[in-house]
Design a binder for this molecule. Structure first.
Ligand code: SF4
Ligand code: SF4
Ligand code: FES
Length: 328
């Protein structure tokens, strides 16, 4: 079968903008998109640039956009893509600067990984001997939730909707990496608390909008969104609740637990926490809600059966105590 591959090209020395070029190729059974791109480069156009190494979904270097979704080219079947989409369109990863053709600059990606301190914090010499028996992980003493399976391909960052509008956002891969170290029982509690203090700042865990795209595109089932939710939970569990995101979540939960439903009239108070500057900033929103008839009675009574709602909250609190995780 002879198929057309529409490949996005860009040469910084000659092109002013990205453009597509079509290549026709006879495809064979079991051929991957990476196989096809290598054939095109070797047989038709040696100027085509792409990045790859292991060809086995291990090194993470061949991530690119294939028919609009971030995938590893070395484990994406040409035939299946054709059957599903009726075309093979290949482009570089989004949200990262293009160096040439399908090769993107991963510097910011690595910078963010480094930014979450992806190593165990140093234990003072005096504590090393004392902790000697605890420096080896024993089965059952930890639960990394598969976040250590990350191959740093960058697909999640390319798919991230927050990253699209906010380049400073730490991003799903770095936050998943942070979760892996937070789950490590060998790190001192004080260090974990310092991690969370950094992660709750702007561009950290509370900037994720939970679109779930990072989970959908990850080739290794790392589940970055679940990692972010664990980090949020740990942050609140550690009493770090002064950030806007934490105030919103805890305020929302408080109201529902007390009344059995959300009372929008009380949310601004929960978020602003009687801080005058914050209160003034929510007044325009309050006026709009009042005009639209969206402000319920702030003194409404709890719903009938409120005891059952509170029982759910209590059960949730018990269920979310993660075994093996030491909360800072
Ligand atoms: S769930 Fe959060 S981290 Fe994942 S892609 Fe969406 S905004 Fe980004
Ligand atoms: S979390 Fe998944 S998609 Fe993101 S860099 Fe790691 S392996 Fe790739
Ligand atoms: S070439 Fe290594 S993951 Fe695809």
């Amino acid at each position: 079968m002879r198929l057309t591959f529409a490949i996005t090209r860009w040469n910084p020395e000659t092109d002013t903008h990205l453009h597509e070029e079509d290549y026709r190729l006879e495809v064979s059974r079991g051929m991957t998109v990476l196989d096809a791109l290598i054939r095109i480069k070797n047989e038709q156009d040696g100027t085509l640039s792409l990045r790859y190494s292991c060809r086995s979904a291990i090194c993470g270097s061949c991530a690119m956009e294939i028919n609009g979704t971030e995938k590893l080219a070395c484990r994406t079947s040409v035939r299946k893509e054709w059957e599903r989409h009726g075309q093979i369109a290949v482009a570089p990863l989004r949200n990262l600067p293009v160096i040439k053709d399908l090769v993107v600059d991963m510097s910011s990606f690595w910078g963010k990984i480094r930014g979450v301190t992806p190593w165990l914090s140093t234990i003072p010499r005096a504590e090393i001997e004392q902790a000697a028996g605890q420096l080896t992980l024993s089965p059952g003493s930890y639960q990394f939730h598969n976040v250590d399976a990350c191959i740093m391909c960058g697909a999640c960052v390319a798919a991230c909707t927050t990253h699209e509008v906010s380049e400073g956002f730490l991003g799903p891969a770095a936050l998943a990496k942070a979760d892996r170290f937070l789950a490590d029982p060998r790190e001192p509690v004080a260090s974990k608390r310092m991690r969370l203090t950094e992660l709750e700042k702007d561009n950290g865990i509370w900037d994720c909008v939970r679109c779930n795209f990072c989970v959908q595109v990850c080739p290794k089932d790392v589940g970055p969104l679940e990692a972010i939710i664990r980090l949020r939970r740990a942050t609140i569990g550690a009493g770090l609740v002064s950030s806007g995101g934490a105030r919103h979540v805890t305020g929302f939960a408080d109201i529902v637990e007390r009344e059995g439903r959300l009372n929008e009239a009380l949310m601004p108070l929960k978020i602003a926490r009687f801080n005058l500057r914050r209160m003034l900033s929510v007044i325009p929103l309050g006026i709009k809600m009042f005009v639209k008839g969206k402000i319920p009675n702030p003194f409404a009574r709890p719903i009938p059966g409120i005891g059952q709602v509170r029982a759910i909250f209590n059960a949730l609190r018990d269920a979310t105590r993660v075994p093996g995780r030491t909360h800072p």
